[in-house]
Design a binder for this molecule. Structure first.
Ligand code: SAM
Length: 231
């Protein structure tokens, strides 16, 4: 895992301290280990975990400076991209959000304490927490949670004015972006750019959305409304 990670970081033009690489690998190994008894990921081969989970998460270091920022990871699952980012940038003020209680419990009670990492944990649905944490975060990230037009309604309400929503997407990014134009505008966002990275032989995209206006108070709606009537 460490070799694959080091080579991949080199290709991305990123360099991390040896101790940080060891901690990233320890987290990757903990995910693989826990996956034997709890469904965390379909990717279990160590080199693939290094590329498709650790390295892919770390691409966000190339997109925005994250030092000292508050970051919310919506639908974090087994902690991606939030945990690798916190390991690489310890000054990040990390909040992890997911509706799956078992995964969140593992992160909060086992995985992060084992790494000596601090974070906040919101266990529940993104659309339900928005009222209490509205426009509080510098950066909101999300990977593999929903199509962009739906995801914007889950994520943009959390971003404060001037902050960013970073949506991690695969090859469908431009199609999803087209479909999400109206949602981005209505929710106070403004598409800034798409960044592309070659990860594990595939093109991965990060869609960068700047928060340029407040999100109107009627958003987010309930999940059933979001799905039935996407913006
Ligand atoms: N982001 C992680 C990754 O890339 O490995 C996990 C991706 S997993 C496919 C999707 C995760 O999003 C699941 O853990 C699921 O519980 C969570 N999720 C989906 N919709 C959500 C919502 N509305 N609020 C909170 N979590 C949600």
């Amino acid at each position: 895992m460490k070799q694959t990670l080091t080579a991949g970081l080199d290709r991305l033009g990123l360099s991390l301290a040896d101790e940080t690489l060891d901690r990233l690998v320890a987290f990757g190994e903990a995910v693989v280990e826990k996956n034997r008894v709890m469904n965390l990921t379909a990717i279990t081969e160590p080199e693939r975990v290094a590329e498709l989970h650790l390295l892919d998460s770390l691409t966000l270091l190339r997109v925005l400076p994250l030092a000292g920022k508050s970051l919310l990871d919506v639908g974090t699952g087994a902690g991606f991209p939030g945990v690798p980012l916190k390991l690489a940038e310890p000054t990040l003020r990390l909040t992890l959000l997911d509706s799956l209680q078992k995964r969140m419990h593992w992160l909060e009670a086992e995985a992060l304490p084992a790494l000596g990492l601090e974070a906040r944990f919101l266990t529940g649905r993104a659309e339900d927490f928005a009222a209490a944490h509205r426009e509080r975060f510098d950066v909101v990230t999300s990977r593999a949670v929903a199509r962009l037009n739906l995801l914007c309604e889950l994520c943009l309400p959390y971003v404060h004015l001037g902050g960013y929503f970073l949506a991690m997407k695969a090859a469908t990014a431009s199609e999803e972006l087209e479909e999400a134009q109206k949602a981005i505008r209505l929710l106070g966002g403004s598409f800034e750019r798409t960044e592309q990275f070659e990860i594990g032989g595939q093109t991965h995209c990060v869609i960068v959305i700047h928060k340029t206006a407040h999100t109107p108070p009627q958003y987010p709606r309930s999940w059933s409304r979001i799905k039935q009537k996407p913006l």
